[in-house]
Design a protein around this ligand. Structure first.
Ligand code: PLP
Length: 401
């Protein structure tokens, strides 16, 4: 088909739909990134982004995708050959620990089944065994985008404290930031990794490190070679709102608009909206008689839902039908989940009717692709949305404290 009328539905778990307001904000002439107007913009954003991480500390902004911020977290705080402990939650934890290995760190990767979040007790046990305190960092993914499982970060912090271990805690918040509650300072995280293209409603191409005082001080003695990712050069320039190299100026215009939108809606309302959409989506999946990949209700993700298809069904064939017939992109299963699951992204600039449209596309697609299922998923989701609109409280995922 050469032209499909109407809007494309981008329902992958990021990059997410970029709102018109953000697109318009970016469609402005690029300015001198060493001039006074830019300095004011930089200062405003470097301060404004802190609220999203719930931190009073520094947040570094890199013109790079999320993987760059992964690397920055590691090379700024660690020295060659350092031991790091990482926990398997899915493909993104896998890629991060693989990167750590390629950088020459000595990685212990605790295995799991891709259907649960981080096991804080397993981390505690490893740290207790490490009497010499050779493990320098623990790395976890808050919301594992490949599985739709959100881990309890505060529980990991408590486990580390119980073990009395001084390792840094690094948390990937790429698909939770701005959609699932994340509390950098309160949870005692040392380095958070964020990205522009999910809850922040921006195009891909910008990423973040939120850093604690402890991480900052570790960076002063850390011996890993670094240049582009160097926090110190960034912080020195950031003092006046500038960057050591050319920043992604137009993405920064977009960030200013996105921060305004999040502030106008109120972060807690943003989390409640995501939680409601997650719940409505899971009710639909349940009514279809399909299985949500995440096995622990306390770890359901508010930003995306991974749906297992019955054995013998090909999730990629199903996604192809949905894309061709309804102009909607659903997320694919990654790595070991390829062909077995599809992912519904319900994060970012999203509302009840967009979710309803998304679920209609899924339900019609299931029928067209011949996937065995029951009718009524959309109806079940609409019930949740209607009750919520009438004022009934849809329980937000409990704050993970
Ligand atoms: N971590 C998580 C949780 C992600 O979802 C992604 C990408 O989707 C990444 C890391 C990697 O980020 P990027 O693809 O922007 O480099």
């Amino acid at each position: 088909m050469s032209h499909q009328s109407g809007r494309h539905f981008l329902q992958i778990p990021g990059p997410t739909n970029v709102p018109e307001r953000v697109l318009r904000a970016m469609a402005r002439p690029t300015i001198d990134h060493r001039g006074p107007e830019f300095g004011r913009l930089g200062l405003e954003l470097l301060e404004g982004i802190k609220a999203i991480f719930k931190t009073k500390g520094h947040v570094i902004i890199f013109p790079t995708s999320g993987s760059g911020a992964w690397e920055a977290a590691l090379v700024n705080t660690l020295s060659p050959g350092d031991k790091v402990l990482m926990f398997e939650t899915g493909q993104f934890s896998f890629l991060w620990q693989e990167m750590a290995g390629k950088l020459g760190f000595d990685v212990t990767y605790l295995q799991s089944d891709w259907r649960h979040g981080v096991d804080a007790a397993a981390i505690e046990a490893q740290l207790r065994d490490d009497r010499q305190h050779q493990i320098k960092a623990v790395g976890i993914v808050h919301n594992e985008t490949s599985t739709g499982v959100a881990s309890n970060v505060a529980a990991v912090r408590k486990a580390m404290d119980r073990a009395g271990h001084p390792a840094l805690l690094m948390v990937d918040t790429i698909s939770s930031l701005g959609s699932i509650d994340y509390r950098h300072d309160e949870w005692g995280v040392d380095v958070a990794i964020g990205g522009s293209q999910k809850g922040l409603m921006l195009p891909p191409g910008m990423s973040f490190n939120a850093i604690s005082e402890k991480a900052l001080s570790a960076s002063k003695s850390a011996k890993m070679p670094r240049s582009y990712w160097d926090w110190q050069a960034m912080l020195a320039n950031n003092k006046n709102g500038f960057f050591p190299y050319t920043p992604a100026t137009n993405l920064l215009y977009g960030l200013r608009e996105a921060l305004q939108m999040l502030q106008d809606e109120g972060l807690e309302n943003v989390f409640a909206r995501h939680s409601r959409h997650g719940e409505a989506t899971r009710r639909a999946v349940q009514a279809w008689g399909l299985e949500v990949l995440c096995l622990n209700p306390a770890e359901y993700s508010s930003s995306s839902t991974s749906v297992l298809l019955p054995a013998g069904q090909n999730a990629d064939e199903f996604r192809k039908v949905v894309l061709e017939q309804f102009n909607m992109a659903l997320g694919s299963g990654l790595a070991r989940l390829a062909g077995k699951v599809f992912r519904i992204g319900h994060l970012g600039d999203f509302n009840d009717l967009m979710l309803a449209g998304t679920l209609c596309g899924v339900e019609m697609g299931l029928a067209m692709a011949g996937v065995p299922h029951k009718k009524g998923g959309v109806q079940a989701a609409l019930e949740v949305l209607t009750q919520a609109a009438k004022g009934a409280r849809v329980e937000a995922a409990p704050a993970r404290a």
